[in-house]
Design a protein around this ligand. Structure first.
Ligand code: CA
Length: 229
């Protein structure tokens, strides 16, 4: 019944992957891994892990570049694993959007503690039962959406889109990411059905769909839920 927490390891050194995987697995997590930054970004999108452990020295791209690209569409906590001890690398990683930094070699206890902290900080909506943005209220338990006192009737798909955006309020969610999240990793990368759904969502949520106050369009990129309110 209980869903295992999935952790993605992006690391090119097989020995370290093996150690991390066995530590994580023996502590009840599900570990998935890959050796390159590109593959890591793909897996982050398709698997939506709860935490990413990221090596900075990857064969195809710099780990900081992986964080920068990831942060364009995802809030997944990233813990950087690196042999680099220089202050500058740590600051860069955090500036790019890493949540934490751990220098190799590290102890199992330290690693697990960092992971628990990252999980606690996962999207603020992670454990809450509802979200309120302005007059918009989403109750995750009853699946009820209201604007003011008015109940809004959304289809399953529309509800999923609204929840995903609300849980990531303030962050741009790319078309690709939304499509993969809602329709699955093998979905066609066609934005049309997403746009059609968004038209309907706005018609139901927004006072003036032409000037949305809840879900903004980031032209050519995706959508962003307002987080002020
Ligand atoms: Ca490496």
């Amino acid at each position: 019944m209980s869903q295992k927490i999935q952790i993605l390891i992006i690391e090119d050194e097989q020995r370290i992957v093996n150690v991390l995987s066995s530590v994580l697995t023996s502590h009840g997590y599900r570990a998935i891994s890959c050796r390159t930054g590109r593959e890591g970004l793909r897996m982050a999108a398709s698997h939506c892990p709860s935490v990413i452990l990221l090596d900075l020295g990857l064969p195809d791209m710099d780990g900081n570049e992986v964080i920068r690209e990831l942060r364009e569409w995802s809030a997944i906590p990233v813990i950087v694993l690196s042999a680099r001890t220089q202050e500058k690398d740590k600051i860069d990683a955090l500036d790019y959007g890493a949540d934490d930094y751990i220098t190799k070699p590290f102890s199992t206890g330290e690693l697990l503690a960092r992971i628990r902290t990252a999980l606690r900080h996962t999207s603020p909506a992670g454990n809450t039962k509802s979200i309120k943005i302005g007059d918009l209220m989403i109750d995750f338990e009853s699946h009820q959406v209201k604007v003011g006192e008015q109940t809004v009737h959304l289809t399953q798909i529309e509800y999923k889109i609204v929840v995903l955006l609300a849980k990531n309020a303030g962050r741009v969610m790319t078309y690709d990411h939304l499509i993969k999240e809602i329709w699955g990793p093998y979905a066609d990368n066609n934005n049309r059905i997403l746009r059609v759904n968004m038209v309907n969502i706005r018609r139901k949520l927004e006072k003036n769909p032409a000037e949305p106050q809840y879900i903004f369009t980031e032209s050519g990129i995706g959508y962003r839920m307002n987080d002020s309110g």
